[in-house]
Write a protein of this length. Structure first.
Length: 459
């Protein structure tokens, strides 16, 4: 396995373009037009063969040319193109321009130390062509740009799966763009809410809760929050979101937290509209921001939405949906129909919210609009009553509710003048004419909810 040509050639090319040469060869007074080329030095490429006696990175026999890339050698490209399944345990501290898993490779890299991936070209920082490849810690994976940020820190998973079981940080530009039709499976926290994540194609699967600065899911791309054993204990946290209805953010049995500082009504209504489209007349197959669990259990469950302060009755920063959120945050979670306050239980607290707004128009889930027609009416009451007394749990997502006890509870509720007679309620809701139904399969442009302006806290 000593076909050393590729590495040797690349290595020589890397050293054959000293930048001083261009300057010294230039006649005096002639301005340089080669200046932009100075950084386009061909990078050394190291190609794994797996031919060593161990699977260690440091085993020279595993590399074309018999030389392992070592700590301190910057800006190399490392290529895995063997079909041997390799588990490489001792990856040293490296600063690479690209990490490439070519077709057929099934490689598990364990970063013993920190690795940086950086390039100022539009090349992808990581390419995984197929198979099942993974990068795990304890070392840290840092993504970023060398010199001038290129605005394009991209992970290209063309097919198969690339798994990040490694803590990821960024330099220069805190962003991560997923391209390619395959799946990027993320099993650790990406960063502490400063990272902008864009899914341009394929799927990003989040296996844990995430805190990101922004999430952008473009047409044809998908972001999925893996379901947890206990519904509502895993979530995606962000300060800005945009998505296409031809793509999806599937919250499965978890939720999301949109942390804003300003503009709660517009954000809330924008997300409500998105949920109305996703609900697609009760099927939850409308695309965009959705839940496959709700689609599988549409008669008993849905995605609900509420201001955190309204849902919990306080503005404290506290753990909710598996991570901390302040009062000025909008919560969206998979839960039972009728769970106005998003605590996973359909009970008296929800009834109070519902009853206080019965008959009102231009309303939201937390006030009892469980079918997203923006009116709190008899249809919502029926959805509520069918689940009354139930607690969301991992298994009984389908089943009848206790209508009698719900009606009984309503009868005992004498603290509100809200009408509970169905016909009167319908008569009181002429604004239904302003309701624009969202047909299934509706093609719409993407929704964009801008980053919250930092102009003081909502209270
Ligand atoms: Ca906030
Ligand atoms: Ca509740
Ligand atoms: Ca309604």
């Amino acid at each position: 396995m000593m076909s050393s040509q590729p590495r040797a050639q690349d290595g020589r090319r890397a050293r054959s373009l000293p930048t001083r040469f261009a300057h010294s060869a230039r006649p005096p007074g002639v301005s340089s037009i080669t200046e932009p080329l100075e950084r386009r030095v061909m990078m050394a490429a190291h190609t794994w063969t797996g031919g060593g006696t161990t699977d260690n990175w440091s085993d020279a026999g595993n590399w074309v040319g018999g030389v392992a890339p070592l700590s301190g050698e910057n800006d190399a490209v490392v290529v895995f193109n063997t079909t041997d399944a390799s588990s490489v345990q001792d990856v040293p501290s490296l600063a690479l321009t690209q990490l490439r898993f070519d077709a057929g490779s099934n490689v598990a890299l364990t970063l013993a130390q920190n690795t940086v991936l950086r390039t100022e070209t539009t090349d992808d920082e990581i390419v995984s062509a197929s198979g099942q490849n993974s990068i795990s810690g304890p070392g840290l994976l840092t993504l970023g740009s060398l010199g001038t940020p290129d605005g394009n820190t991209s992970i290209n998973v063309s097919a198969g799966t690339l798994e990040f079981g490694v803590a990821v940080s960024t330099i220069s530009v805190p962003e991560l763009t997923k391209v390619g039709a395959g799946t990027l499976s993320v099993s650790t926290g990406l960063s502490d809410d400063n990272l902008s994540v864009t899914a341009k194609a394929g799927t990003i699967l989040f296996n844990t809760s995430q805190r990101v600065k922004s999430l952008d899911v473009q047409s044809g791309a998908h972001v999925t929050l893996a379901p947890s054993a206990t519904p509502g204990t895993r979530s995606l946290f962000m300060r800005a979101i945009s998505f296409s209805y031809q793509g999806s953010i599937d919250l499965t049995n978890g939720g999301m937290i949109f942390d804003y500082d300003f503009g709660p009504v517009g954000i809330h209504y924008g997300l409500r509209s998105a949920l109305q489209v996703a609900r697609a007349n009760g099927t939850w197959k409308g695309g965009g921001l959705t839940s496959s669990f709700a689609a599988a259990n549409p008669t008993t469950t849905a995605l609900g939405i509420a201001e955190k302060a309204t849902a919990t009755g306080n503005t404290n920063i506290e753990p909710i949906l598996g991570q901390a959120a302040d009062g000025s945050s909008i919560l969206i979670r998979f839960t039972l129909l009728g769970d106005a306050n998003l605590d996973g239980v359909v009970g008296p607290a929800d009834l109070n919210l519902f009853a206080a707004h019965f008959g009102e128009t231009d309303q939201v889930w937390v006030n009892g609009d469980f079918d997203y027609d923006r009116t709190v009416g008899p249809a919502d009451f029926n959805l509520f009553a069918a689940q009354f007394g139930k607690t969301l749990s991992a298994t009984p997502l389908v089943g009848g509710g206790n209508v009698e006890s719900a009606v009984s509870a309503v009868a005992e509720l004498k603290t509100t003048a809200a009408p509970l007679d169905g016909q009167r309620a319908v008569a009181r809701t002429p604004e239904r004419r302003s309701f624009t139904p969202a047909p299934a399969g509706l093609v719409r442009p993407s929704i964009v909810v801008a980053p919250a302006a930092r102009r003081g806290a909502f209270s």
